[in-house]
Design a protein around this ligand. Structure first.
Ligand code: ZN
Length: 459
């Protein structure tokens, strides 16, 4: 326990009853106690409450202890782990006295500069905690505070004791050199941010993965998957109420497509052509069963999101035709921007279709961009009266620029209405799920029965 005058350095005392004869002298003191059970026994609390009315910091006292945080407690974020590593790093002590002696020696051997580093980190953590309004600390709260526990960089040890970003950067560069044998491109713009280092590692692994592929389809797939929108369906919370629960078949096929696994046996497609075991033919088949439901689902998502922004829409409006006589997918009934209504047309093209494969290998999303340009040409004569958006996406996930821009605009309007910054992510997720459901339907529907599937897929 501790007695102290507010604003002064405290002094430890043994037994509070020693002070009973000096009660008058204690009038300006506050007593602070730990949470030990014996200290909070009724007889004990009665005694201290009588001596320190309204000034007892204790469990069951007048003033509660503040919540303890391992991120802010030096012994938690530094000492215990460090001691455990040192005490049990070699031959562990066999007896309790040996353990106590070993701990004593290791504590005594902590160098002064390490303690200075710990105190610096403590101050940085407290400042960061204040900056974040006492919420959880971010990963990059201060240079080197966060050790790299989930990557190869963890072998660096505990960088929290290093004095500067430069020291950490030098050590990490050495490690990367060991791991990858060369140092070019290993210079993150902000070496104090862990993500900057992770991106270097991920980039190197991706490069080596791509160079190991011999199939253009695999290269196109892996590059397409790097686009932000490609993995959105994986982030959706599966909920049957809001329509984001994927059925077992769709999820398994979507995952297999993403990983490049075999999905079905080689079989004759309903179009008469031979369908491969990776499902690639079904994705670009002229008689694909998934195309129409995907088209309809995504147009509905776009229409509903616009309606949520108080922009009424009309799907497949008549009276507006593109150059080949077909109608756009949707129209806003009031102006969207610059006094003009919005018309949009959705399309989904296959990343690895023969017509797009070469460009997909060179650049992720180029199939969607190509479809975007084709759409724009068809609607060129309408662009003076309408704002036209070609909403082109790919089977493996990438979107064209127009689609990204439209989603950003809708997301911004939804944010201003709902105050929820996740609106745009939810939209991306729903569209991502619709694309994957379309892919699954295309593969499942490439034969009249399901005997072509490689394994029994749960419903
Ligand atoms: Zn076919």
């Amino acid at each position: 326990m501790q007695l102290f005058r507010p604003g002064s350095v405290g002094s430890k005392v043994g037994v509070v009853l020693e002070f009973t004869s000096q009660a008058a002298a204690l009038a300006e003191f506050v007593i602070s106690r730990d949470g030990a059970t014996s200290h909070t026994a009724r007889i004990s609390m009665d005694a201290v409450n009588a001596l320190f009315p309204g000034r007892v910091i204790s469990r069951k006292g007048d003033i509660a202890w503040p919540p303890r945080s391992p991120d802010l407690t030096v012994c938690d974020f530094f000492l215990w782990g460090d001691l455990r590593t040192k005490v049990f790093g070699g031959i562990p002590p066999r007896t309790i006295p040996a353990l106590i002696e070993c701990i004593r020696q290791e504590v005594g051997a902590i160098p002064a500069n390490m303690l200075r580093g710990v105190i610096k980190q403590f101050v940085a953590r407290v400042e960061e905690c204040v900056r974040f309004n006492e919420s959880h600390l971010a990963d990059n709260i201060a240079p080197g505070i966060k050790t790299v526990t989930k990557s190869n960089l963890s072998v660096l040890g505990s960088p929290i004791f290093l004095d500067s970003v430069d020291e950490i950067a030098t050590q990490k560069l050495e490690l990367l050199k060991t791991l990858f044998g060369r140092l070019e491109h290993f210079h993150p713009q902000n070496p104090a941010i862990q993500k900057a280092w992770d991106e270097i590692i991920a980039g190197q692994i991706l490069d080596s993965l791509i160079s190991s592929f011999t199939s253009d389809k695999d290269i196109a797939r892996i590059k397409a998957l790097q686009e932000k929108e490609s993995g959105s369906w994986l982030h959706a919370l599966p909920s049957s109420c809001v329509g984001t629960l994927m059925d077992g078949k769709s999820f398994q096929i979507a995952t297999a497509l993403r990983l490049g696994c075999k999905i079905c046996h080689v079989h004759q497609c309903i179009c008469g052509e031979t369908a491969d075991s990776f499902g690639h033919h079904a994705l670009s088949c002229a008689r694909s069963k998934g195309r129409l439901p995907r088209h309809s689902a995504i147009n509905n998502i776009i229409s509903r999101s616009l309606t949520s922004c108080d922009i009424p829409t009309l799907l497949e409006p008549s009276g507006i035709s593109r150059s080949d006589g077909k109608r756009p997918d949707g129209l806003t009934l009031i102006p969207w921007s610059k006094g003009k209504s919005l018309i949009w047309d959705f399309t989904c093209v296959d990343t690895s279709a023969l017509s797009h494969l070469k460009s997909s290998v060179n650049c992720a999303g180029s199939a969607a961009e190509s479809a975007y340009h084709a759409k724009r040409r068809k609607y060129e004569h309408l662009t003076s009266n309408y704002i036209f958006v070609a909403f082109a996406v790919e089977t493996f996930g990438p979107w064209c620029r127009d689609a990204k821009d439209l989603m950003t605009q809708i997301g911004t309007r939804l944010l201003s209405r709902t105050g929820d910054p996740r609106c745009i992510n939810f939209l991306r997720q729903r569209i991502g799920i619709a694309v994957q459901r379309g892919n699954a339907a295309s593969i499942l529907g490439s034969r009249r029965d399901l005997s072509h599937l490689m394994c029994s897929i749960p419903a």
